[in-house]
Ligand binder design. Structure first.
Ligand code: NAD
Length: 293
């Protein structure tokens, strides 16, 4: 019997726990604050940022939002980051990616105070993660790790295959799984015979951005399958599209021991982990310990 992981439910429980930690912080006179910075008119980016603001409000975290005209020079964004770094009311800073082409993304990531870098993308925080001493775990892989743990998936000694090697999902995921003592293979677009790799795996994390790349024929009975992918594909419905993951759900479910759906799997956990990191940032900056789940 396959267990379908309910990411919405796990994320809701986590958010409730985080709301209690926000209360503890407030009782100690600390009002946690997250700044979101948007330098884009891309509707998807606008939606992501407004969801993050709403999530903060629901939890009692103050949300500070700054919008910068995407036509303006990069220095405007750098100046905003400097101001937010210096602002004691801001515990976490999130610059919504992608930034326009004329802005140096690496400089943006470097410029954010690492203590406020709730995305975990600053080189110092990447280094700490690789060294096995993470400050902020990047939200999506952290969410995957939490779901696997919540579902009781044994990682110690497991063979894990991650499909995708991006800086925001695949690579940090590999480090988190290594730190749980899994044996990790990172597959990517140059990998020869992906199916041979996934068929040998106890855990598959699909994060390639390719609709239904991993199907049941590529899996062995009993695998834990986590689908990070979110892909829009044309569909004969009102919207004209539907969201599908990187896993062909029906055939994969036949083989999997546990599986995450899309939507309702990893997505809600990514959102919850941003709140987690913001609570962690406020706690450590203000020196008010809270016991995080
Ligand atoms: P990316 O485009 O930066 O990286 C994709 C990776 O997949 C690359 O390393 C590439 O080499 C690899 N890849 C591409 N085609 C492949 C193939 N045929 N076989 C093996 N590997 C292949 O993407 P990303 O930012 O890591 O995102 C991956 C997916 O996860 C996307 O669908 C994205 O929308 C989704 N995503 C979801 C969440 C969430 O919260 N649910 C968060 C981040 C990303």
């Amino acid at each position: 019997m396959t267990t379908v992981i309910d990411g919405d439910a796990v994320a809701k429980d986590l958010r409730d726990e985080l709301a209690a930690r926000v209360e503890t912080l407030k009782e100690s006179g600390v009002q946690p604050g997250l700044a979101t910075v948007l330098m884009s008119e891309d509707p998807a980016s606008e939606t992501y940022v407004s969801m993050k603001q709403r999530d903060c409000e629901e939890l009692g975290i103050e949300s500070i939002h700054v919008e910068i005209d995407p036509e303006k020079p990069a220095e405007g964004l750098y100046g905003v980051i400097d101001d937010l770094n210096a602002d004691p009311n801001v515990n976490g800073i999130l610059v919504q990616l992608p930034v326009p082409d004329h802005v140096d993304k690496r400089e943006v990531l470097r410029r954010i105070d690492p203590a406020k870098d709730v995305d975990g993308f600053h080189p110092e925080n990447v280094g700490r993660l690789v060294a096995g001493n993470p400050r902020f775990k990047p939200c999506t892989p952290h969410g995957v790790e939490y779901l696997l743990d919540d579902a009781g998936v044994e990682l110690d000694g497991a063979d894990a295959v991650i499909v995708g090697r991006s800086d925001i999902v695949g690579k940090p995921m590999a480090h988190l799984l290594l730190q749980s003592d899994a044996t990790v293979t990172v597959a990517h677009s140059h990998t020869d015979d992906l199916a041979a790799k996934t068929r040998d795996a106890d855990v598959v994390v699909a994060a390639a951005g390719v609709p239904e790349l991993v199907d049941g024929s590529m899996l062995t009975e009993g695998t834990a399958v986590v689908d990070v992918g979110v892909n829009r594909v044309d569909a004969d419905n009102e919207k004209g599209y539907e969201l599908v993951g990187d896993v062909e759900y029906e055939s994969a479910k036949e083989k999997a021991d546990v599986i995450t759906p899309v939507p309702g799997g990893v997505g809600p956990m990514t959102r919850a982990m941003l709140l987690y990191n913001t609570v962690k940032a406020a706690s450590s900056q203000e020196d008010v310990p809270v016991d995080l789940p």
